[in-house]
Design a protein around this ligand. Structure first.
Ligand SMILES: [Fe+2]
Ligand SMILES: [Fe+2]
Length: 152
């Protein structure tokens, strides 16, 4: 399946945004399971970027590339901490408030990727898109299979 890494990333971003909207409009009893789906989607996306896409971009050995990737990785770290915190919390007003903070952090990160990192990468990775997309797909599938076996 020939895919473009940029399109794959943007599609994931839209999925995550949809899940945040779903969360906001859901009844209280449904929120926890939507939040769990959202965390899973964010983690799978982050792993795909960290294992394949970011290294491919940082491999350019240019200061601008490594700086952008380092910044993105820092933001992933913050987002992961927020998710870990949320997983230890009971649903309720404080949970909702933290979900709103998570949404803000994710929106900021997505905006930076889509306005800076992705346009930069699109230019630099030209000609390697298929190989990178295949690797990204492979990581995604391995996470999905690990989830099915309950070992993620
Ligand atoms: Fe992303
Ligand atoms: Fe990211």
């Amino acid at each position: 399946m020939a895919q473009n890494p940029i399109d794959m990333i943007v599609a994931d971003h839209r999925t995550v945004e949809r899940l945040f909207a779903e969360y906001q409009h859901a009844a209280a009893a449904e929120r926890r399971s939507i939040a769990e789906r959202l965390f899973g989607a964010l983690e799978a996306h982050a792993r795909m970027e960290e294992q394949v896409f970011y290294p491919a971009v940082a491999d350019q050995k240019e200061r601008a590339a490594t700086d952008r990737v380092a910044e993105a990785q820092r933001e992933h770290g913050d987002i992961k901490l927020m998710i870990a915190e949320l997983r230890n919390r009971a649903p309720g007003a404080a949970f909702d408030e933290r979900m709103a903070n998570l949404k803000e952090a994710v929106e900021h990160h997505v905006k930076e990727e889509e306005t800076e990192l992705l346009p930069y990468a699109a230019e630099r990775l030209s000609g390697h898109e298929n190989a990178i997309a295949r690797e990204m797909e492979r990581v995604k599938m391995s996470i999905a299979h690990a989830d099915e076996r309950g070992i993620a």
